[in-house]
Design a protein. Structure first.
Lengths: 189, 126
């Protein structure tokens, strides 16, 4: 996964996510051979189910439904993990600072304030586990799919620009009443 | 069962704490818990300490869990110690490689304390 940073102003950052398979040039994405609408529906269900499993088992808080389908322009935290091989792309998990802190507290089993480092670590693991669980649920098309180590971006003034030629799966849920978002951007080749 | 010494290897400090807590919730009494954030650190811990159980992630920087398991076979303090992989990478290829390198089992993240109990206690008793 390559991230290209372009400064628009001294305080503004744009991340352009390019997740074409690197170092795995022998692989061709299996996404190309799948019917788009069926894939969209199936992958959305798998991502929804993966998130539900991770939050129930590792955070101890079931996710609630959400009517908000749109992504936030900017979330305080974005955790990202790259996929390469059978499926090429990026899975991102976004939430507010308050939700991030609560997720970290629940995972650590504490009510005390957690450090910024712990929060980033917790969100990276959430993203990692959601990606792993998603992969397991679509293992027929993701058997040879590898995950990168997670990256976590925090701040108020940034935007993410995924490449546009692929499939975008978006799932929004509520965690303790606050919206959280998961997005899977996959490349067709 | 006697109180155990364990080594938990994961690049996430949050995950190391969750594994520690899950072991206790599974009813295991822990005497000592050693932690390492990658395979190199884990090998160094094992040169200095004896443990009853090693739990390791696979996907880690510096040295991954598969290479760690392979190299642990040559570490005197690790001989006969059950190694269990706890990982999101629970695909067949990773599991086969981990087991062939010397791991005795694997647990897929996310996991529950019950799954820890089911997988680990038989290894400690056997």
């Amino acid at each position: 996964m390559d991230s290209e940073y372009k400064g628009v102003s001294p305080n503004r950052v744009q991340l352009i996510i390019s997740a074409k398979s690197s170092g795995l040039r022998g692989f061709v994405s299996k996404l190309a051979g799948l019917p788009r609408e069926e894939t969209q529906q199936r992958f959305t269900q798998a991502l929804d189910s993966a998130a539900a499993e991770v939050f129930e088992m590792m955070v101890g808080t079931p996710l609630g439904p959400s009517d908000e389908a749109t992504l936030p322009r900017v979330a305080d935290y974005t955790a990202m993990i790259g996929l390469a091989g059978d499926l090429c792309g990026v899975l991102s998990f976004r939430c507010s600072h308050e939700s991030a802190a609560r997720i970290a507290c629940r995972m650590l089993g504490t009510d005390e304030n957690t450090s910024a480092e712990c929060i980033r670590d917790a969100l990276g693991e959430i993203c990692n586990m959601v990606a792993g669980s998603f992969k397991a649920q679509v293992s027929d098309v993701a058997a040879q799919c590898m995950l990168s180590v997670p990256t976590v971006v925090s701040g108020k003034d940034y935007q993410l620009y995924p490449l546009v030629d692929g499939l975008r799966i978006q799932v929004s849920k509520t965690f303790e009443g606050a919206l959280i978002w998961m997005t899977l951007d996959l490349h067709s080749s | 069962m006697n109180a155990l010494s364990v080594l938990i290897v994961d690049d996430s400090s949050v995950m190391r704490k969750i594994v520690d807590r899950s072991l206790r919730q599974a009813g295991l009494e822990l005497k000592e818990v050693f932690e390492a954030s990658n395979g190199v650190e884990a090998l160094a811990r094992m040169q200095q300490n004896r443990v009853d159980l090693i739990l390791s992630d696979i996907n880690m920087p510096t040295m991954d869990g598969l290479e760690l398991v392979r190299q642990l076979q040559a570490v005197e303090n690790a001989k006969g110690v059950p190694i269990v992989m706890i990982t999101t990478e629970a695909g067949e290829a990773h599991v086969v490689q981990a087991l062939s390198n010397g791991a005795r089992g694997y647990i897929r993240k996310p996991f529950s304390p019950d799954q820890i109990k089911e997988r680990i206690i038989p290894l400690l008793q056997g």
